[in-house]
Write a protein that binds this ligand. Structure first.
Ligand code: BGC
Length: 760
């Protein structure tokens, strides 16, 4: 009976899937027919117009702009020479520009409105690196859904997210915007975020098109300096950098953005290998590629194009479909086609891709679909959205150290000193990519802590933390010279039972253009920490930052350390609930914390080298530093809980298998502590020898397991041939037969180990 029921279920499920597929195919065919019909009516100028994207310029209340740049944009908008705008937001503003496109141009083609909805729109969720620390794909997807719903309600159709750049260099300020160093975790998160933004129907009022960026290798900028040169071999490109991009294609991402960097001598924007060969041909990607801001023009500064005209030629031929703010296509493409430098078929292809996404968004059926004032009012900042970002924020926190049982804090009878300007900062937790958020709208740590009323809380700033600016100008001096508040903070610390020190980076010390050469606590914060420690050792260090930091002194001396990143609107509430134990932290680091900047690039899935270990005491000729260990401060995947877990009993269903077969791996996880908790159980595999050298281990699976005190659960993973595939010496994705090690544990410093063999 049971089998019959299962069979009926499988048939129904398959039938439903199949029916959905058929509906989708019919819809796609209809759209491509409509696109063809429209394309046939378009003049060359109008086609090129679709490939042109401008930054917002319109002032809702003013008359038509007359000043230089704005006037040109306005003229182009009216003559159908603009396909998209970015940084126009709010229903009133969007309606205004859309109206011109729809009602004043010859063909009335609607604009697609783009915006950097990087981690939330107005209700801000944790920075992506923080979200990645949750390893919770359902929560991450939900967070993208919330962001999409608010942006869509505000007239936006398209976000320039997710950024899926893998990075092994915490000096690079944009590590805050990605999922960290690992291609497997990065792929899962990229996939989840695309699904969250786009949903299953792009024409719904609460979904927007996503954009996988920056294609490719932007996170591998030399010396961590933003926009810098990238030089990486094919194996790293294929095995490390590409997988998260490929995952977003599998998730159906509608757009891609190329990147500012050059890759092995060719700027990504003019790189046909990336955009045509890999993306559009090999991966069969059907969406469009937008350039990064002005990146077509930047090919002149790169020394790859003689002038803007040639830059436009190179970009169009290489597969960049839309020009963001270079004015290259709008000014030069027509000429280039007449001169025979760019084939009209490439233009048609680009325009078809762009129009298709507009059709899919439902913009042709109703160009004002996303311009609903009522929805705008009710969705943005709604209690449900606040609850979702709070949940995400709690899940993103990583407990790095907890000695002397300092945490969780007692809820009563404690005198607590809170020290550090970041504790009362309502701006920094919003991070640097929060363009639509109102300044100073995050719940500060101080506000969060004050919800727990039965302890006394007193506050001292300690050292001044210069506020970051929202206008993207550079901060030159950041809390570096005013030590006048240290004495007051020390006096306060001496009078209290516990000191919560909130230290780290302000919201604008990480992000685009914010590369650093040191990863220490900026300015005078280390001095403040050490001064307070002299008088009170019961310190809980709450870190607020957008990248891994080198906090060796704190790790050696401070009993409790909590990594809270930049957690968004609900930051203070999330932090307080973790500090007080109302939420038991379960986050795990998505990026290695180095001991020293000199170790960078540092990552868990490194290669062995020929001299990986010391051959004899005091021997110098092995791969190491003479002034620092090779070990990180905190490894990838690391994070503690208020309870403890034991891993035991690793079993494999067989030790040898062939393609098409599976190995079932199981182990037992036990909660050996006193409270309920969640653990991210991580599976790693090492390919012991292959046609190209392979990493010492690679993440291949993970599961979040929740356990009551004393409870045990069996945790299972399936190992199959596909998981062992890599870009081999033959230049193809394949698994090579041979020996593998398999590891399981609560971080990349794994606990259990076994081995198996793949045979022919
Ligand atoms: C960034 C992109 C961003 C674009 C538009 C660029 O500077 O690199 O990630 O989407 O600006 O704001």
């Amino acid at each position: 009976m049971k089998q019959v029921l299962i069979l009926i279920y499988v048939i129904c499920f398959w039938g439903k899937l199949h029916a959905q597929e058929t509906v989708d195919n019919v819809k796609q065919t209809e759209i491509s027919q409509k696109v063809e019909v429209l394309l046939a009516k378009m003049t060359l100028k109008e086609k090129i117009g679709q490939m042109n994207q401008y930054n917002g310029f319109w002032n809702v209340t003013g008359p038509a702009p007359t000043n230089g740049g704005a006037a040109i944009k306005y003229e182009h908008l009216k003559s159908g020479q603009v396909g998209s705008m970015l940084n126009v937001r709010g229903v009133a503003e969007v309606r205004k520009v859309q109206k011109i496109a729809v009602e004043e141009t010859r063909l009335g083609i609607p604009l697609i409105i783009g915006f950097d909805v990087i981690h939330g729109y107005k209700t801000i969720s944790p920075i992506p690196l923080a979200e990645a620390a949750s390893w919770d794909l359902a929560a991450i997807k939900k967070s993208a859904e919330v962001a999409a719903s608010e942006a869509a309600a505000s007239g936006i159709n398209w976000t320039f997210a997710p950024m899926v750049d893998i990075s092994r260099d915490a000096r690079w300020g944009r590590v805050m915007e990605g999922a960290g160093e690992d291609p497997y975790l990065g792929s899962k998160i990229g996939y989840a975020r695309v699904k969250g933004f786009q949903g299953d129907d792009l024409s719904k009022k609460n979904t927007i098109a996503a954009c996988a960026k920056h294609f490719a290798a932007y996170g591998f900028a030399e010396s961590g300096r933003d926009y810098n040169t990238v030089d990486v071999g094919m194996a790293t490109l294929q095995n490390t950098i590409f997988p998260p991009f490929k995952a977003t294609v599998d998730a159906g991402v509608k757009t891609f953005m190329n990147s500012f960097n050059e890759l092995n001598g060719i700027p990504a924007t003019g790189n046909a290998f990336l955009q045509r060969e890999i993306l559009k041909k090999e991966w069969g990607y059907k969406g469009f590629v937008v350039s990064d801001w002005g990146s077509i023009n930047e090919m002149v500064a790169h020394g790859y194009a003689k002038d803007k005209e040639q830059a436009s030629e190179l970009a169009a031929n290489a597969g960049s479909d839309m020009d963001m703010e270079s004015y290259g296509y709008v000014n030069h493409l027509e000429k280039l086609i007449h001169k025979g430098k760019v084939d009209i078929r490439l233009i048609d292809d680009a325009v078809k891709r762009i129009l298709t996404v507009k059709y899919e968004l439902g913009l042709f059926d109703d160009p004002y679909l996303y311009c609903d004032e009522k929805l705008e009012k009710s969705v943005i900042g709604s209690p449900e959205n606040q609850a979702a970002v709070l949940d995400m924020a709690k899940k993103s926190i990583v407990l790095l150290k907890n000695e002397k049982a300092l945490l969780p804090l007692n809820k009563k009878g404690q005198k607590i000193a809170v020290i550090g300007a970041l504790a009362q900062d309502k701006n920094s937790p919003l991070g640097s990519w929060r363009l639509a958020a109102d300044d100073n709208t995050a719940i500060s740590v101080l506000e969060g802590l004050k919800n727990y009323k039965e302890n006394t809380i007193t506050y001292a700033k300690g050292v001044v933390l210069t506020e970051g600016k929202t206008d993207f100008t550079l901060e030159t001096k950041i809390n570096e010279d005013d030590a006048s508040g240290i004495a007051e903070a020390v006096a306060l610390a001496a009078k209290n039972d516990v000191v919560i020190m909130v230290l780290g980076e302000n919201g604008f010390q990480s992000g685009e253009g914010r590369s650093r050469t040191t990863l220490d606590l900026p300015g005078l914060q280390q001095k403040l920490l050490e001064a307070v420690y002299e008088v009170n050792k019961n310190i809980v260090l709450v870190l607020m930052n957008g990248r891994p930091l080198t906090i060796n002194w704190a790790d050696e001396n401070v009993p409790a350390i909590v990594e809270t990143w930049h957690l968004g609107t609900q930051s203070g509430n999330a932090i307080a609930s973790v500090l007080y134990g109302d939420y038991n932290p379960s986050g795990k680091l998505p990026m290695t914390f180095p001991k020293s900047v000199g170790q960078i690039p540092i990552y868990y899935n490194y290669k062995s080298t020929g001299r990986p270990t010391i051959p004899a005491p005091n021997m110098v000729f092995w791969s190491h530093y003479i002034d620092e260990s090779n070990e990180p401060l905190y490894e990838f995947g690391y994070g503690l809980s208020y309870t403890s877990f034991r891993y035991s009993n690793l079993k494999l269903s067989k030790s040898t298998f062939k393609n098409g077969e599976k190995i079932i791996l199981s182990c037992t996880l036990t909660n050996t502590g006193k409270i309920e908790g969640k653990e991210v159980v991580q599976l790693y595999i090492q390919d012991k020898f292959a046609s190209i050298t392979r990493p010492v281990k690679e993440l291949k699976g993970f599961k979040i397991i929740s356990l009551k005190p004393g409870e045990s659960k069996e945790v299972g993973f399936i190992i199959e041939e596909e998981m062992l595939q890599f870009y081999s010496a033959k230049g193809i994705w394949e698994a090579e037969e041979g020996d593998f090690n398999v590891f399981v544990g609560g971080s990349s410093n794994t606990i259990l180990e076994s081995e198996f063999e793949l045979v022919d």
